[in-house]
Design a protein around this ligand. Structure first.
Ligand SMILES: C[S@@+](CC[C@H](N)C(=O)[O-])C[C@H]1O[C@@H](n2cnc3c(N)ncnc32)[C@H](O)[C@@H]1O
Length: 193
């Protein structure tokens, strides 16, 4: 397999929800892989060999994440669920030079597997990794904030399984929300107030 080409055995290949593998390959080969930075490709291919590599975000998800960060003009961001850091690397590459991401995961060892790729890309200064359960770390972030806590962060990505979260979002008039079939599903949500 050529580096970066579509591999039927890769974890991201069995996660996509398209009815056609050929269409998925077309999307990857046409739009995703040609624009994927080398550091992201190298980390993705390493993580594919991880025994829990199935958890890795798919490359087209990471590309969409980067686009959303740029469209939103995000600067202060949070990522919950880092694993080896593929989507984290995508995030820090998309953020401006002086922006930050607070990256939260219960497992620091997996993050450390990907950290050399983040360092080699020259973007480690944008990462503030915090080990622990998301709710605990998020409570600490909230406690540290003056005024309107929600105003302090302008972009959050979460890749924990959150039971009931989509139904709660759909019923919440304070947000616009849309669930899309990228990767193994992605919910995009925009705070209105
Ligand atoms: C689907 S993986 C994240 C994939 C990652 N975004 C990527 O691009 O490869 C989910 C991660 O969430 C972490 N996790 C699970 N429950 C958690 C919790 N309660 N708090 C913080 N992290 C948690 C797991 O350790 C795992 O690394």
């Amino acid at each position: 397999m050529a580096a970066g080409s579509c591999d039927v055995n890769a974890s991201y290949d069995i996660k996509h929800l398209l009815k056609s593998d050929a269409l998925y390959k077309y999307i990857l080969d046409t739009t995703v892989f040609p624009r994927e930075p080398e550091c992201m490709r190298d980390l993705r291919l390493l993580t594919d060999k991880h025994q829990r590599g199935i958890m890795q975000s798919t490359p087209e998800e990471a590309q969409l994440l980067q686009l959303l960060i740029k469209i939103a003009g995000a600067r202060k961001t949070i990522e919950v669920g880092v694993f080896t850091g593929y989507s984290l690397l995508a995030t820090v590459l998309a953020l401006p030079e002086d922006a930050k991401v607070v990256a939260i995961d219960v497992n620091q060892k997996d993050f450390e597997l990907g950290l050399p790729f983040i360092q080699k890309a020259g973007v480690a200064h944008k990462v503030d990794f915090r080990e622990g359960k998301a709710l605990d770390r998020l409570e600490e972030l909230l406690a540290a904030v003056d005024g309107d806590p929600a105003a302090q962060y302008d972009f959050v990505s979460i890749s924990d399984f959150l039971k009931g979260f989509n139904a709660e979002l759909a019923a919440d008039p304070r947000v616009d929300v849309c669930q899309i079939t990228v990767g193994d599903r992605l919910t995009i949500c925009h705070r209105l107030v």
